[in-house]
Design a protein around this ligand. Structure first.
Ligand code: BES
Ligand code: MN
Ligand code: MN
Length: 461
């Protein structure tokens, strides 16, 4: 039997198994879901065993466990290390979902006329991670595994992968491989396949401004005492100038300068601004002056407020001059910016912007390094050939705006480049209400992954 016909005849089961996985709410950020996150690790381990690994184990960490599995058919053959994550983002705000986030349903959409699975984690990353389990099963049940395969599926990606770094450094021998394969990014479309060759880094900060020692009557005190929310807004407004340039001194010092040829190539990827605006219902795009939308996302750093709170936000009106104001502010970074250094520059500059009428506290949350993947490796050529087999055309290399901090960590500690073999679409609403993953993307992804293993084994001969 061919891999394609095996996938075709088992597709209902492949989908139903994923639906079962999606029913477990593995939200790593919220301790309320701890039992479910642990249950999900068990689910992943069992699914690896059923798919045919020789051994699978749940490796404890200081946080959520890492599921490890492997099938070594011949030590002289190349080894593919698959990385993915079984944890998901919180589903909030629940009221904006058309169906319940942990009760998956299949519905058609404009981008997915053949149906998409709606659930938190459908695309990021349970659906994409599970493709690897099913591709592995498919190979074992049909043509046979052409290379050794190891799985490392973690449960803390959405909260910064803090314990994964420790695990990787302590298990270098066990994780020894020739390439790392990750499906946790997006592609342009099913008609225009692409492979991600760059990811941005991240520096995530939280700030607090403290004014008077208690909330005050805004009539009795208003106008005479600094309002931390007003001050916070002024300070945030100073972080970017009118050209969308970040004003933190030293912020751009290490930003990689790309040649005009590179930029031209990058901009050759199809991008329809009108369609883009229409899908988001915005009248104009916005960003750093002098760069296209593709460049603003792929090769330029940025700064965004992710949340802001303080004062009275309940029903009706309350005349209060709040004692505190808070915001979460994150910066996406590009090669060769260092997130620790950027966090430090942010802290110094933000603190310097505060008037003496308020106290300011800045804390750094998790961060991560950016990554660039070379396109002249065996892994990239195998990925390209696999996509050519299943999509009928070679992929466009793209640079995504999101972050997977462990990609750079793998480069440093295992000396291995990752192949970012993503099959999601930007419109799949990851991290948003109504996240979904196309059935076609899922099935085609499984098939393409089987081809990757075959090509990678062949090219290593
Ligand atoms: N899968 C995403 C990253 C991603 C999405 C990369 C789309 C490229 C395209 C991952 O799960 C994620 O959400 N990463 C976080 C960073 C992490 C440290 C919390 C992100 O990018 O915000
Ligand atoms: Mn992800
Ligand atoms: Mn994510």
């Amino acid at each position: 039997m061919t891999t394609k016909s095996y996938i075709e005849s088992n597709k209902d089961r492949f989908i139903n198994e994923l639906l079962d996985l999606l029913r477990i709410p593995s939200v790593s950020a919220d301790p309320k879901f701890k039992g479910d996150v642990l249950k999900t690790a068990e689910f992943v381990k069992d699914s690896l065993l059923k798919a045919g690994v020789d051994k699978a184990e749940i490796c404890p960490t200081a946080g959520y466990p890492i599921v490890y599995g492997e099938k070594i058919i011949d030590a002289s053959l190349p080894t593919v290390l698959v990385y993915g994550h079984y944890d998901v983002q919180p589903a909030d705000p629940y009221e904006l979902w058309d169906s319940l986030p942990f009760e998956p349903v299949i519905k058609q959409t404009e981008a997915h006329p053949q149906g998409a699975i709606f659930a938190r984690g459908a695309c990021d990353d349970k659906g994409q991670m599970y493709m690897h389990v099913k591709a592995f099963e498919t190979l074992i049940e049909t043509t046979g595994l052409p290379c050794n395969v190891k799985f490392m599926i973690e449960g803390e990606e959405e909260v910064g992968s803090e314990n994964l770094g420790i695990f990787v450094n302590e298990n270098k021998e066990k994780l020894k491989a020739d390439v790392i394969l990750i499906s946790d990014t997006s592609m342009i479309s099913l008609d225009t396949p692409s492979v991600t060759v760059g990811l941005r880094g991240l520096a995530y900060m939280e700030v607090e401004l403290i004014g008077p020692n208690r909330d005050l009557h805004s009539g009795t005190y208003g106008g005479a005492v600094a309002n931390p929310i007003n001050v916070l807004c002024e300070m945030i407004a100073k972080l970017k100038d009118e050209n969308g340039h970040i004003t933190i001194p030293g912020f751009y010092d290490k930003v990689e300068v790309l040649t005009s040829e590179y930029r031209e190539d990058l901009n050759k990827a199809p991008f329809d601004e009108v369609e883009y605006r229409k899908k988001l219902n915005i009248a104009a795009v916005a960003g750093e002056k002098g760069f296209t939308t593709i460049e603003r996302i792929g090769i330029r750093p940025t700064l965004d407020v992710n949340g802001i709170w303080g004062g009275y936000t309940g029903e009706g009106a309350k005349t209060v001059l709040p004692s505190k104001a808070n915001a979460k502010i994150s910066m996406r970074l590009v090669p060769n910016q260092d997130f620790k250094e950027i966090s430090q520059l942010f802290t110094e500059y933000f603190t310097s912007l505060a008037p003496v009428s308020v106290k300011v506290k800045v804390t750094a949350h998790h961060g991560g390094a950016p990554a660039v993947v070379p396109t002249d490796s065996v892994g990239y050529r195998a990925a390209s050939a696999a996509i050519e087999e299943t999509f009928g055309k070679s992929p466009i290399p793209t640079r995504d705006g999101g972050s997977i901090p462990i990609v750079s960590l793998f480069q440093k500690s295992l000396g291995l480049d990752a192949i970012l073999f993503g099959f999601g679409l930007d419109t799949d609403a990851i991290h948003s209400p109504n996240e979904h993953y196309g059935i076609q993307n899922y099935l085609k992804g499984i098939e393409t992954i089987t081809k990757f293993h075959e090509q990678f084994a062949k090219m290593n001969k």
